[in-house]
Ligand binder design. Structure first.
Ligand code: TMP
Ligand code: ASP
Length: 237
């Protein structure tokens, strides 16, 4: 597969055309942003950690019945994927209260939820990614009710698979964000699964092992990203 011209540059990835119809290359960057791009920085090695971790987890999910956009890993920081019609929807699954949920409903961070909670947000930085109820989703024509049911079921299934996956790496899966896209009308899991879009706490010490270290200026960024990948790789042996 040959890399062709840049199609799109996002906050965390560059997307390139390829010589293969329907396939693109996602090149993971070391740059980090938070708060809808208002906070900017670099985390050395992040692109490589996120690409490698996404490949391991997407393969793990594929083998367990979750269809994803992954085609193959091309280098330490590049993966080939199908080109999808991306849904302007961010799906968040939560097991433990943290971040914006803790703030919104007044729960202390760390409070276990009765059951996994699914939330939907509009993917639009200029609007600050507002939260959506299902009625907003129909109104905006983002997906049909049937498609939202499928997306919700897949998101919960991903959570069910990833809780024990991360437990085996000494990490508690607090919450995570998923994005989906359509290929020939079929819903595929897209984007990434990495410390950028998951909250992961050390099972023993409770230490924060994800992008909250960047959002909250907690330091040890490079080391933490590298350690999470090391544990995930170790877990697969
Ligand atoms: P939140 O508590 O800030 O709403 O974040 C919930 C989860 O979603 C957390 O694991 C971080 C992830 N996330 C993203 O991947 N992208 C985003 O833009 C935001 C706000 C959160
Ligand atoms: N990546 C998002 C942004 O820059 C926010 C986040 O992950 O906190 O807006």
């Amino acid at each position: 597969m040959e890399k062709r011209e840049l199609l799109y540059e996002g906050k965390a990835k560059r997307v390139f055309k390829t010589d293969e119809p329907g396939m693109i290359i996602q090149d993971f960057k070391d740059s980090a942003t938070a708060f809808d791009g208002k906070k900017k920085g670099e985390i050395g090695g992040k692109g490589s950690v996120n690409a490698n971790m996404t490949v391991i987890i997407f393969k793990y999910l594929e083998e367990r019945g979750i269809p994803t956009h992954l085609v193959e890993q091309l280098s330490d920081h590049e993966i080939a994927t199908y080109q999808l019609d991306m849904l302007k929807l961010e799906v968040i699954v939560r097991n433990i209260a943290a971040g914006s949920l803790a703030k919104r409903v007044g729960y202390p961070e760390g409070q276990e939820l009765r059951e996994p909670l699914v939330e939907y947000f509009l993917k639009d930085d200029s609007l600050g990614d507002p939260m959506l109820a299902p009625n907003h989703i129909w109104e905006l024509g983002l997906v049909t009710p049937e498609q939202l049911d499928e997306i919700t079921a897949v998101s919960l299934k991903v959570n069910e698979l990833l809780i024990p996956f991360f437990e085996g790496a000494g990490l508690k899966l607090v919450d995570f964000k998923l994005e989906f896209g359509l290929k020939d009308g079929r819903i595929l899991l897209a984007d990434e699964l990495s410390p950028d879009n998951c909250r992961l706490w050390d099972t023993e010490t409770g230490e924060i092992m994800d992008k909250d270290r960047f959002r909250r200026d907690l330091g040890k960024l490079e080391e933490t990203y590298a350690e999470v990948l090391r544990r995930v790789q170790e877990r697969m042996r």
